[in-house]
Ligand binder design. Sequence first.
Ligand SMILES: N[C@@H](CCC(=O)N[C@@H](CS)C(=O)NCC(=O)O)C(=O)O
Ligand SMILES: [Fe+2]
Length: 364
Amino acid sequence: MGPYCRGMVIFRQLFDPQSSTYTYLLADPATRQAVLIDPVFEQARRDVALVEELGLKLLWTLETHVHADHVTGAWLLRERLGSRIFIGAASGAEGADRYIKPGERVELGKRHLEARATPGHTGGCLTYVLDDRSMAFTGDAVLIRGCGRTDFQQGNARMLFRSVREQIYSLPDDCLIYPAHDYRGLTSSSVGEEKRYNPRLGEAVGEGDFVGYMENLGLAHPKQMDAAVPANLTCGRPGEAHALADQPDWAPLTYTFAGIWELNPNWLEENARAVQIIDVREADEFNGPLGHIEGARLVPLGALAARAKELDAEVPIVTVCRSGARSAQATVLLKKAGFGNVANLAGGMLRWRAQRFPVEGGTE
Ligand SMILES: N[C@@H](CCC(=O)N[C@@H](CS)C(=O)NCC(=O)O)C(=O)O
Ligand SMILES: [Fe+2]
């Protein structure tokens, strides 16, 4: 394989279960520059966590089209990470930083994606093809053994048929296809496979057959369509009433890709009196060489669910253990028990002590 082989790009496929949408993270390992294709508004927090944990710099968010079934995370990611919003020039959307025309490249460190016009599902659909033609992000033009519907948003079955034949089936047979959705949990396909087995768009299917098929899909409109289309026409900018309400404001918390809210020791040291510190280790550890944080209450993890009612529901909770692992699980148990403001002390007593914060008991 040449210098552009697939091993040289960082790649993750992410899923939004509510809308069955795939979001793709691509990054150049040399420069750490990254792009997210089709991010979902409700998943922005997860996407931020992954970008940060992998040590990447999110340069752009790219849309394959104006989605009808979910709101894009583009605007929210720009707020949180300073990424720029790229969308097709033919999308009709306002508020983007760059309007991409077919044939243009999106640079990503030493790598790039080529935008190809694949209208038909909507009037402005783009497919992004990786520089070595090993991967194509087809949006809703080609789905795995299917394709995007053509009954709204300037949809046009004839146009979709031609787009797929000319712009996607002209790629190498082993080029992998990554669609914007799959409703059965299938994750990827290839050009050769779809040419052979796609029931709507197989090579033996003619344009007239395809149009007949698409006129008779009989699908209900997407559940979120009335809200999603206007929001996506402003690149996912929420209406005024929509504060970024999902970000807890009682402390500067970090959300991990593992799904845990974490707190750093410095904040806890300065704000210990404003929270309940729950140490979930065993009694012999609490009273052992590492010591414990002043004011911490001992509730071993195994007893936490049963004893949760002893805790004050009005005061935020910080959970602590030796390394931060058991206490991460404690946050999960406490959330289940109905406590809203809960965070894990990152790194546990080991990091607390490494940073030389004071302990009660313990040995030097
Ligand atoms: N039940 C889904 C419908 C989603 C839907 O219609 N998806 C569009 C893509 S935006 C599509 O083209 N689907 C093709 C298909 O289901 O065959 C929802 O409510 O979101
Ligand atoms: Fe779509």
